[in-house]
Design a binder for this molecule. Structure first.
Ligand code: ADP
Ligand code: MG
Length: 651
């Protein structure tokens, strides 16, 4: 008989009257379609209130229960810029506690931030549970007789405690007030700058925008890093993976990209997962120093935070980002890094006793990252046209990109920037491996000026890399190969870029135009860095209007290109002349000796221009060293023999 399995218990400090019992029975009949006697349990601490248990459900009319309802109502008041007092008064006057049904479960065991709970048959995956003292947790494991729940924050949940369903999934407070702040994975500020006024909550996990809600990626998200913007351009709404071993400059690329968004109205969110608090503090200080914190939010789930917080941090960051995206803003989000995120998830899963799969990760680890990265989008104009660009970071072990998590994330993203320890330690920074990096969608988003000026760069570098090995075989290189090596070396040198120095669009275009027209070939390798700076200054001085046009509309006309080339050619020979005057030991790298000699004769004397004097003192002393250094590369040594004749004759 079904009725026998049901039970109704009334808890109160005084026994119910017959009339009350009759009405409660009617209530149960109405809601459950069952007829059962009501048992009374004397509960002296429920002063003036009562609690009706019908099986798992509890109808709470105790003082405590009503206070909790009131508390929840108050928490929903979103503090805005307006005066909050009238809002409070209004809420208080209108508040009337309802008879709410709630499910209660009992904590069976707790350990390692995981609670196992009996009861709560209606709890859903991802739902937030509330424990005594306001501790919260998220349902992560559903079984027939119990459920597993991860706990957030410091907590003292014990076996036997009560857990309640809240009917809500995990949410993140969102709002413009978060800009410039450092918060934890639950949105609580940790930078000591006080509470953050939020504009509401967003669920941390929602389905990604569908096809019809998107439009194609057609605007560039410029990183300010020459080798990325020219060869692996990133578009707004794209997901570009940054992958490499530890200490190869992955974070540096993300941070430079954030710095470059200054004055571009892009909101940046940096999600630090499993990093030391000291490094994140350092990073925040750096962003602050470069004036980037005004438009940046840092979400920090430190290495010492519970695995549950590290696990939800990127989703929380994405919720915050989506808030801005749906306001029509362009947002950049960096997940640094998803390897640690996967490890946090593995820890959780193993604690929840899910069966381990490859590399002990649970079977759904691919879904972990795909549902996160699918949320990057360029929204259609009807939805405001905002965008969310993601730069996930993956740390590999000794360059092994074929491990489980790297291959997963490579296949989810729209391209990767592959950083290599070898290049990094040889001084080629950013250490981008041109052969293995790719951007699958950004090309369409590149500006015309950049597309035009970067033309054959990638191909040229690929050719250079192929021939690079030949530098080991001494003199028997033909003239073409020699030239190509010189040209390639110059390009590689040109792509070196210091940290915290993102380059503007017109500077990138000017440099590429000059370099790909082979004008820098004649400059000695060691001088390329200083030459680059002077060339750019000259370009801006001579062609200011062209530079402004490139910055404004991203176009490079034939006429403008001609002007840039003219300046580049003229300046290259001028620079070399100056260098030779200051430093007779310097030779051209180009094999064209005849022209070198003529150039020098054409300009027999002349004072070094202002600002060059400091260069002289340093370089005069180093002249001899340069000679020796040049011999290290065969190509250089070979050219040297040719160059020696002319310089010898002149000296
Ligand atoms: N382009 C660069 N030029 C000079 N130093 C760099 C450059 N990029 C990174 N570095 C330095 O290299 C170190 C490692 O960089 P980081 O971005 O922290 O590596 P990762 O995130 O890959 O571990 C840092 O000390 C950083 O300052
Ligand atoms: Mg890093």
């Amino acid at each position: 008989m079904a009725e026998n399995q049901h039970r109704a218990v009334l808890q109160s400090d005084t026994p119910p009257t017959e009339e009350q019992k009759r009405r409660l029975a009617a209530f149960i009949r109405r809601n459950y379609s069952i007829e059962i006697p009501i048992e009374w349990e004397d509960t002296p601490d429920l002063k003036g209130g009562f609690r009706l248990h019908v099986d798992q459900d509890v109808y709470d009319w105790s003082l405590e229960g009503r206070m909790r309802q009131f508390h929840e109502r108050m928490a929903q008041i979103a503090p805005g810029p307006k005066n909050v007092l009238p809002l409070l008064r209004d809420t208080m006057e209108k508040f009337y506690p309802g008879v709410v049904r709630e499910e209660r479960g009992e904590v069976l065991t707790v350990g390692d931030g995981i609670a196992r709970i009996k009861g709560l048959p209606d709890a859903e995956y991802g739902e937030i549970l509330e424990f005594d003292q306001g501790v919260r947790g998220m349902v992560q494991d559903l079984r027939e007789d119990s459920l597993g729940c991860v706990l957030f924050g410091e907590n003292n949940v014990r076996a036997g405690d009560v857990a309640r369903c809240t009917g809500r999934t995990a949410g993140m407070p969102v709002g413009i007030g978060f800009l410039g702040r450092v918060v934890d994975a639950l949105g609580t500020p940790i930078d000591g700058k006080g509470a953050i006024a939020h504009d509401g909550f967003r669920p941390i996990e929602i389905p990604a925008p569908g096809i019809l809600e998107r439009q194609s990626v057609d605007k560039p998200l410029e990183t300010g890093i020459l080798c990325i913007d020219s060869m692996f351009p990133i578009g707004q709404g794209q997901r570009e993976l940054i992958i490499g071993d530890r200490q190869t400059g992955k974070t540096a690329i993300a941070i430079d990209t954030i710095l470059n968004q200054k004055d571009r109205k892009v909101i940046c969110i940096y999600v630090a997962i499993g990093q030391k608090s000291s490094s994140v503090a350092q990073l925040a200080a750096n962003l602050e120093k470069h004036g980037a914190m005004d438009y940046t939010i840092i979400i920090h789930a430190s290495a010492s935070a519970p695995a549950a917080e590290q696990y939800i941090a990127p989703y929380a960051g994405t919720a915050l980002a989506e808030h801005f995206m749906y306001m029509g803003r362009n947002v950049l989000i960096v997940y640094d890094d998803l390897s640690k995120h996967a490890i946090a998830y593995r820890t959780l899963s193993l604690l929840l006793e899910r069966s381990p799969g490859r590399e002990a990760f649970p079977g759904d680890v691919f879904y972990l990252h795909s549902r996160l990265l699918e949320r990057s989008a360029h929204l259609c104009d009807e939805l405001g046209g905002g965008s969310l660009t993601a730069l996930p970071i993956i740390e590999t072990q000794s360059g092994d990109v074929s491990a489980y998590i790297p291959t997963n994330v490579i296949s989810i993203t729209d391209g990767q920037i592959y950083l290599e320890s070898g290049l990094f330690f040889s001084g080629q920074r950013p250490a981008v491996n041109v052969g293995l990096s790719v951007s699958r969608v950004g090309g369409d988003a590149q500006t015309q000026a950049m597309k035009r000026s970067s033309g054959s760069l990638r191909l040229d570098l690929a050719q250079y890399r192929e021939m690079e090995v030949f530098t080991q075989f001494a003199s028997d290189l033909d003239e073409t190969t020699k030239r190509q090596l010189i040209y390639g070396q110059g390009l590689m040198q040109l792509l070196r870029q210091d940290q915290y120095e993102p380059m503007t669009r017109h500077r990138q275009v000017c440099l590429l135009t000059a370099a790909l027209a082979h004008t820098i070939e004649i400059i000695p390798i060691e001088n390329i860095k200083s030459y680059r700076k002077e060339l750019l200054d000259a370009m801006e001085r001579e062609n200011g209007d062209v530079c402004r046009r490139i910055d404004r509309n991203g176009k490079l006309t034939d006429e403008d290109k001609e002007r840039l080339l003219k300046t580049a050619k003229y300046f290259a020979s001028e620079y070399l002349k100056r260098l030779e005057r200051l430093n007779p030991g310097v030779e051209r790298r180009s094999g064209d000796d005849r022209r070198a000699g003529q150039d020098r004769r054409a300009n027999p004397d002349g004072q070094p221009p202002e600002g060059q004097k400091d260069m002289r003192s340093g370089q005069d002393r180093r002249a001899g060293d340069d000679r020796r250094k040049n011999k290290s590369g065969v190509a250089k040594a070979d050219i040297k023999s040719g160059g020696n004749q002319t310089s010898g004759g002149d000296a």
